[in-house]
Write a protein that binds this ligand. Structure first.
Ligand SMILES: *Cc1c(COP(=O)(O)O)cnc(C)c1O
Length: 393
């Protein structure tokens, strides 16, 4: 049975050009870029080229890109060190209720360190309530962190507007762009972004490598100590193959972005249209248009997301329920609760996330399987039976 991988928001296949570019640095080109002998030259050059490639995609300078071990580290660094930049001003930070756990739990940690955190809610489409955000700004607010696009429901936030508000108020603005970088256009200058997190494996690079964009002039304190790498801001021997692979993935993502957005949007909208017309009692989660090109997220009444996942799994289809990170936990996703879904509806949700390696045939196959699985599961549900009888009466 062929595997149909539709969980690209959890991680996506590596681009073959990225893998090829990495290979020499696992082999003969093993030098440490921080050394001063001849073996350091080629890895150093490759790391600098990767920095240039990534900076270009963001309209940033190469010196503003700091390599890290991934999105989680970048988010931790941005929040912890970003919040500490203005002790004279205060200890209040603002985030949204639907951030990734890497932000939410770092914010919880900061509360233990004496910070105050305001979590601004979102509307039923997952868009942040801008009026609430503005009202929550105080004289002691030092940092606003709002994700560019949500990993579960795909909603894209009005980042440029938030950036403008933060800049006018002199507040540092960080965005977790892990789901957005390489997938939708981003411009740190036009959007007034001060700090931006991204992760290699979410855009066709390898796992375990990412970066933080730090706008020139922001004196962010290091998060990792013990060496002069990354301009003294992030200690630790550079992950040369990882950085090189991520650089190539960034370059190709940007080169093919327009075409990928068109293809993915067509597959996404076909999937949404079919589900809405063929499966009764469903709800599209997230914004209909301000949405990542590859994201489909639905709730189905009288269905458990876990049962759906298993039925699809039997047909070789890989999708995810509420949240990949919440697997094993019985709590529904904070994102689905954040957009106002009741617990029982949130439990019956799945996310289909596409990449450019998927085909329309795979989307049709998965949608057929989903329609059949929902019907099967409901046919076994006494609750659904009662509901239908009630509807008919
Ligand atoms: C995957 C993800 C992260 C974590 O990135 P890693 O590189 O896997 O640590 C952070 N934020 C969002 C929105 C993500 O989707």
């Amino acid at each position: 049975m062929e595997t149909v991988y539709l969980d690209n928001a959890a991680t996506m296949p590596m681009r073959k050009e990225a893998l090829e570019a990495m290979m020499p640095f696992f082999g003969a080109d093993y030098g440490n870029p921080a050394s001063i002998h001849s073996m350091s030259r080629s890895p150093r050059k490759a790391v600098n080229e990767a920095r240039e490639k990534i900076a270009k995609v963001l309209n940033a300078e190469p010196s503003e890109i700091y390599f890290t071990s991934g999105g989680t580290e970048s988010d931790n660094w941005a929040l912890v060190s970003g919040s500490a930049l203005r002790p004279d001003k205060g200890k209040h930070i603002i985030i949204s209720t639907i951030e990734h756990h890497a932000i939410l739990e770092t914010a919880d940690y900061l509360v233990k360190q004496g910070y105050e955190v305001t979590k601004v809610g979102v509307d039923e489409t997952g868009r942040i309530r801008l009026d609430e955000l503005i009202k929550s700004i105080r004289p002691d607010t030092v940092l606003i962190s709002v994700m560019t696009a949500n990993n579960e429901i795909g909603t894209i936030q009005p980042i440029a507007e938030i950036g403008k508000i933060a800049r006018e108020k002199g507040i540092l603005f960080h965005t977790d762009a892990v789901q957005a970088f390489g997938h939708i256009p981003l411009d740190v200058k036009a959007m007034n972004i001060d700090l931006l997190s991204a992760s290699g494996h979410k855009f066709g690079g390898p796992k375990g490598v990412g970066f933080l964009y730090v706008r020139k002039g922001i004196r962010l304190q290091p998060f990792m100590h013990g060496g002069e790498q990354e301009n003294g801001r992030r200690a630790g021997t550079t992950n040369v193959p990882g950085v090189v692979g991520m650089g190539v993935a960034a370059e190709i993502s940007a080169r093919d972005m327009e075409e990928n957005i068109a293809r993915l949007t067509a597959m996404r909208d076909r999937c949404i249209e079919r589900i809405e017309s063929e499966i009764p009692y469903c709800r599209l989660n997230g914004h209909r248009t301000e949405r990542l090109p590859g994201n489909v997220n639905f709730s189905f009444k009288f269905v458990e997301g876990e049962s759906l996942l298993m039925s699809l799994g039997l047909k070789g289809i890989c999708v995810s329920t509420g949240s990949a990170c919440a697997s094993g936990s019985l709590d529904p996703s904070h994102v689905l609760l954040g957009i106002g879904l009741p617990h029982e509806i949130a439990h019956g949700s799945i996310r289909i996330s596409l990449s450019e390696y998927n085909t329309m045939e795979q989307v049709e196959y998965a949608t057929d399987a989903l329609r059949d699985a929902v019907a099967n599961i409901r046919s076994l549900s006494p609750l659904y039976d009662d509901f239908i009888k009630g509807e008919g009466a």
